[in-house]
Design a protein around this ligand. Structure first.
Ligand SMILES: Cc1cc2nc3c(=O)[nH]c(=O)nc-3n(C[C@H](O)[C@H](O)[C@H](O)COP(=O)(O)OP(=O)(O)OC[C@H]3O[C@@H](n4cnc5c(N)ncnc54)[C@H](O)[C@@H]3O)c2cc1C
Length: 444
């Protein structure tokens, strides 16, 4: 969390910060998932090889390797599904039910969900010295807030949050909102190697069914100080015709899933899908998110530009090399055994396995993912003219409006952002709850 303000670091270091968000997302390490598909021999085999190499500094610039931490769907008492990925609607509907019961008992307020509703912008009350929001404009009409105590929490993702604010209180955030853009660039390399004959533990061969392993390897380019991580999905699929669908559904990430074509002739191989993510250089002023008042659609009237600074370009080269080095380690150091998946832009040349590393243009994914920093937080908005949100999650000069999500992060690091976002969103919820409690308990 390089260059995060002290308030965010203190929050992240506070008791239960990580525990609470891990509980919310039901985070489980891949080697602890109780499923025949996860946490098995393949997981141990790949982890053992990587760990040994990382501990011996055999992969340059890598700091750590671990079993991947996955957000896992909860199992129910009657559930027969062994493993499912976390998905928001279930927990959200559970919260709605809980609030309904509490409201019925007079102990809470109901949680109302409006579907098919696009938030366009909000208006503040010109007569209110605190500039609090009084109207929310949506695709289903305007919603007038009857109380000045109504809070508006923007949780629409980094770019939409920024667009809503630029359309609502743009003047107050001039030079701040969207002046910084960070996030991750992405490389995806798919490789395979034959199942080792003299595996480390011959008593426990790979299963006769689909096995998936998930690992997380992190490092930093010492010259630029920018971070990267490589998420590795290892797949052993003895029966691709029936495994492919499960493999696609159960793989930890869309960027970590193998296709049926890749699994088809790989029954005697271990397939590695490596997604490497590096952080953009947030200080590069060539990257920005700007308001476009000429576009009449207020939900999309913004322009995004992302350029790669020299530092980021260097990191990308380092990260790609690390990924190839890690593949070599996972294949037991036998580089002749490794094949890479190549897809050609020429329709007459079919995609397939090759001993040659694919050209750079085939592995580097255009665009950015995990976008952050467009409304980054600062402990002192007066001394940082480009920061948008104060340490109470409030945009500059706004009251009763709050921001959640990756837009708050001043830098993106290389780590997957959702857990941290959830942690800060929970912190905001606790802070708002404290304020509401003190308001209702103070004598009028
Ligand atoms: C393919 C893919 C894979 C990913 N994998 C990972 C991963 O492995 N680990 C990880 O940590 N992160 C991952 N991410 C990133 C992660 O999904 C996001 O960082 C995270 O979901 C952001 O959370 P959020 O609540 O801020 O925004 P979102 O999850 O984007 O939620 C915002 C919601 O607001 C709604 N919305 C937007 N605009 C409006 C509007 N104007 N009015 C009303 N509603 C609106 C959207 O429809 C959406 O439902 C991945 C993302 C993608 C696309």
């Amino acid at each position: 969390m390089r260059d995060f303000p002290l308030s965010m670091l203190d929050t992240a270091n506070s008791e239960n910060f990580w525990k609470d968000c891990e509980e919310l997302l039901h985070v489980v390490a891949a080697n602890k998932i109780s499923s025949p598909i996860f946490g098995q021999r393949l997981q141990a085999l790949v982890y053992g090889r990587l760990k040994k190499a990382v501990d011996a500094n055999k992969i340059e610039t890598v700091d750590s390797v671990d079993h991947a931490a996955l957000a896992v769907g909860r199992r129910t008492s009657i559930g027969t599904v062994e493993f499912s990925k976390f998905s928001t609607p279930g927990p959200l509907l559970a919260l709605q039910q809980k609030q309904r019961h509490l409201a019925n008992e007079g102990k809470g307020s109901p949680l109302t969900i409006a579907t098919d509703t696009i938030v366009q912008r909000f208006e503040t009350d010109p007569e209110d010295p605190l500039n609090r929001p009084s109207i929310l404009h949506t695709s289903r009409g305007a919603l007038r807030f009857s109380k000045t105590t109504t809070n508006l929490v923007l949780a629409a993702g980094a770019f939409p949050n920024t667009t809503i604010l630029m359309n609502s209180v743009g003047e107050q955030l001039k030079g701040r909102a969207g002046s910084r853009v960070s996030g991750h660039f992405l490389t995806q390399i798919v490789a395979r190697f034959p199942i080792p004959r003299s595996a480390e533990n011959p008593e426990r061969p790979l299963s006769k069914h689909l096995e998936i392993g998930a690992h997380y390897m992190a490092g930093k380019d010492s010259t630029s100080d920018l971070q990267y991580h490589v998420q590795i999905t290892a797949i052993h699929s003895p029966r691709p015709e029936t495994d492919a669908e499960d493999a696609a559904r159960l793989s930890p990430d869309q960027a970590g899933a193998a296709t049926f074509e890749q699994l088809k002739d790989s029954g005697q191989h271990i397939v590695l899908v490596c997604a490497a993510l590096g952080e953009l250089d947030e200080l590069d002023t060539g990257s920005w998110f700007k308001h476009d008042p000429n576009n009449p659609d207020v939900t999309t009237n913004s322009h995004l530009q992302v350029l790669l600074s020299e530092k980021a370009e260097r990191l990308w080269d380092v990260m790609d090399q690390v990924t190839y080095d890690a593949i070599n380690v996972m294949a037991g150091g036998v580089s002749n055994d490794i094949e890479y998946w190549s897809h050609s832009n020429v329709p007459s040349v079919p995609p397939g396995w090759s001993r040659d590393q694919p050209p750079q243009c085939m592995i580097r994914v255009p665009g950015i993912v995990h976008e952050t920093a467009t409304l980054y937080m600062s402990d002192d908005l007066e001394t940082d003219p480009h920061a948008s949100v104060d340490s109470d999650y409030r945009p500059h000069s706004c009251h009763n409006v709050f921001v959640t999500g990756g837009a708050l992060f001043p830098t993106s690091g290389s780590w997957n952002p959702t857990l941290t976002m959830c942690g800060f969103a929970q912190d905001l919820a606790k802070k708002l709850h404290e304020v509401r409690k003190s308001e209702t308990s103070s004598p009028s």
